[in-house]
Write a protein that binds this ligand. Sequence first.
Ligand SMILES: Cc1ncc(COP(=O)(O)O)c(C=O)c1O
Length: 400
Amino acid sequence: MHIKYYGEYGGCFVPEILMPPLIEVERAMEEIMPTADFQNELNDLLTNYAGRATPITFCPTLSKELGFNLWLKREDLVHTGAHKMNNTLGQALLAKRMGKTTLLAETGAGQHGVATAAAAARLGLKCVVFMGAEDVERQIMNVMRMRVFGAEVHAVDSGTRTLKDAINEALRYWIVNIDTTHYCFGTAAGPHPFPELVARFQSVIGREARQQCLDTFGALPDYVVACVGGGSNAIGSFRGFLEDREVKLMGVEAAGTGEPGSFNSAPLNLGSPGVLHGNRTMLLQTVDGQIEPSHSIAAGLDYPGVGPEHAYLRDTGRELVGMVRDANALAAFQRLSRSEGILPAMESSHALAWVFDHAEELPKGGNILVNLSGRGDKDMTIIKKYLGRELGFDALTEEA
Ligand SMILES: Cc1ncc(COP(=O)(O)O)c(C=O)c1O
């Protein structure tokens, strides 16, 4: 195995029993994934099943208000509603070629679970999903969708009942079912080779976006902005522009409520190096190395770690990092919906909110590209909780 590090981050810190399946996944990544046969099958699925390429959409109303051109890379239009499908289709195809019969997944917002369940249904694989019990409650629409696709969904009641705990349980399940099961990891984190594997499958976002910017407005964007949970939509966008030093890459993390003493999900901004889920990265942890609980209104960002490549890019100055509070993300959700008729996922709303909050510092007349990682239909339970009264939802429910 050739274990990949990103500077001092990354690696493969797992119990010995997990090494054989990880070696198998690495071999599939290096030997099967680059073949023309595999790429043709994946491209066919991405185009004719998932709906790629996604467009970049200009936002006329907001651009006028903000004083620069705001463009959205429309990953919300990918089949099942988020960028997650780019990765799950790739890994599902690899799993089949490795002779596996079951796809295993953890999920936070449920988008990765839904995308894995759909890919499994499409390719004739069994699907098992672990999801924190708190996330099951706040993303119930996605749980229902997984079940409709035929997936087994397990609610995880340990720890903070969120993504971290779902990953722990999925790893346990994998250890017991290694022969039949491929762990379809949902973000560019975890032990080698997952950060690299997921980044390669997601880099289709940045590749398309770079060419679309050149074709549409004849230049590269001044900024590419993406929300960072584990980091897959962000690294997928950023990889298209890494060599273009003039393009600023902005990773936006969740600051939580922002109240004194409250929890956040911003390890790149506020964490320190340590090991979690098999890789060395930036973490929210106590001084003696215990993982701290994380919090974000967006389930998909609610994770105390982050992919190791982001930690490296941040240290080297290539990636800039920012933070957005729950309330600002909610405001951005409403602003995009009202101004442009596009409903952003609560995760993507963090990237938008960063742009809205920093509009004064961004180049007048420039081009800002935000990766709209997913659509917000799944977030209606959260919207009802926080904005239901303002939007008159209660009256609607009573009438119904
Ligand atoms: C729509 C959406 N965006 C972003 C994320 C965060 O994940 P990542 O950082 O891997 O892109 C999620 C995770 O579930 C998501 O559903």
